[in-house]
Design a protein around this ligand. Structure first.
Ligand code: MEV
Length: 433
């Protein structure tokens, strides 16, 4: 066979028609035939993650097209978060070993020092109808002014329930974007969506508005919400006397901590990692509560770059011997509708959190982000992060090796003051086995 024949053969074999109509077993069979290096083992792995409760499995299968199995992530809780004088135990979904441990540790640390204080700064969201128009602006402007009440009216049936809950469309503006792109304008619509994240609501409103707005001169390109939500903003803060921050050399380490914050503001390479640490906590709660972590991620990073330079989301200062540390972050979250309603674990998470409103959830999530950032900066500016990570890593390796309790104790003691590497742990384990 020459190269071309091999290529054609592989191509023919792997192209499939009507895949979505196949049963789950048929889909797996096709995968096994075409992709698995060990067909039986691959099939076994997939089926081992099926839920024995058929109703629950069907629910998960229905979330997305072509579902063939479930992908588990650990579901944990971090207790002892004191937020605005209220105790919370916070559910978190994440695979990174140190994140929940750090959150729990930091929550305990701050609960003795007055806990976290939060403020919801704003809760509005944006959707846009993007369109092209080549005529005179004054004409467009008069048309918009005249038709604006009709645009709102067009959404009446969609916004009825939301209005009852105190939300709805707050304003529609005509924005001239021709300086950025020739003939480009938009209807910039501001929404209040109360306890729902509001993506479907916003998009339905925008499509209804666009239908009424378009005419032979207005070429509507698309109607879609924006995941950039700088006016859906929450602030979380902690503070204490500098002397309470560290057992020894508190002033020195507190100053190092503040330097670390300034570095994250000055240097985008560091800012990205700094903010990633914050997102470790944010995403874990966003996921556990069935919210859209991609929307949150996109919005948060755009916010971090709002000045034109990517910067830290958190800040801090030492003033009159008081250390304060804060985080300001845009979060579009929901506690009703979507996944929060249909995923049993998302529902349970909201139960654990005391059935919060979306605004309360914003505050809880921001605190976990701040806690995570505190843990990272405290470790980085004192011992470094590797010692903590390596302890976790050692525990994971010991588990993989299926060491007995006696062997486990020996390995933990042996590596107490040594650098942990997978090969070293295996070598010592082999020796003592
Ligand atoms: C690791 O997941 C997160 C950190 O890198 C965050 C940071 O550097 O601030 C530890």
């Amino acid at each position: 066979m020459n190269f071309q024949t091999i290529y054609t053969h592989t191509y023919m074999q792997k192209k499939v028609k009507g895949f979505s109509k196949l049963s789950k077993e048929q889909k797996i069979e096709w995968l096994a035939e075409n992709y698995f290096s060990d067909a039986e083992n691959g099939k076994k792995i997939l089926s081992s993650y099926w839920n024995s409760d058929k109703k629950l499995q069907d629910l998960h299968d229905d979330f997305i097209e072509n579902a063939i199995s479930n992908f588990y992530l650990p579901y944990a809780v971090a207790p002892n978060f004191l937020i605005n004088n209220k105790e919370y135990t916070i559910p978190m979904v994440i695979e990174e070993s140190s994140v929940v441990a750090a959150a729990a540790l930091v929550a305990k640390f701050w609960s003795d020092k007055g806990g976290f204080k939060t403020t919801v700064i704003s809760t509005t969201k944006i959707g846009q109808v993007h369109f092209m128009y080549a005529g005179e602006f004054t004409k467009l402007h008069s048309y918009f002014k005249e038709i604006k009440p009709k645009l709102i009216q067009a959404t009446d049936s969609i916004t009825k329930n939301m209005r009852k809950r105190g939300g709805g469309i707050l304003d529609i503006e005509l924005r001239d974007k021709t300086a950025e792109l020739e003939n480009y304008y938009q209807l910039h619509v501001t929404f209040e969506t109360k306890d729902s994240m509001g993506a479907n609501f916003i998009n339905s409103c925008l499509e209804a508005i666009a239908t009424v707005f378009k005419n032979e001169d207005i070429n509507v390109i698309m109607s879609i919400l924006s995941n950039y939500v700088p006016d859906c903003l929450v602030r979380a803060e902690v503070s204490c006397a500098v002397s309470d921050l560290y057992p020894k050399n508190a002033q020195h380490y507190a100053e190092k901590f503040i330097h670390a914050l300034h570095i994250a503001n000055a240097e985008p390479h560091r800012a990205v990692t700094h903010n990633k640490g914050i997102m470790n906590g944010i995403d874990a709660v966003v996921l556990a509560t069935g919210n859209d972590f991609r929307a949150v991620e996109a919005g948060v990073h755009a916010y971090a770059a709002r000045s034109g330079k990517y910067k830290s989301l958190s800040g801090g200062k030492i003033e009159n011997d008081i250390f304060s540390f804060w985080l300001e972050i845009p979060l579009a979250l929901g506690t009703v509708g979507g996944m929060t309603k249909i995923h049993p674990l998302a529902k349970l998470s909201l139960d654990i959190l005391g059935k919060p409103s979306a605004a309360e959830l914003m505050q809880v999530v921001a605190c976990v982000g701040l806690a995570q950032n505190f843990a990272a900066l405290r470790a980085l500016t004192t011992t470094g992060i590797q010692s903590g990570h390596m302890k976790m890593h050692l525990n994971n390796i010991i588990k993989q090796l299926q060491a007995t309790p006696k062997q486990t104790n020996y390995l933990l003691e042996y590596f107490k003051d040594k650098t942990v590497s997978h090969s070293d742990v295996v070598a010592v384990f082999e020796k003592i086995k």
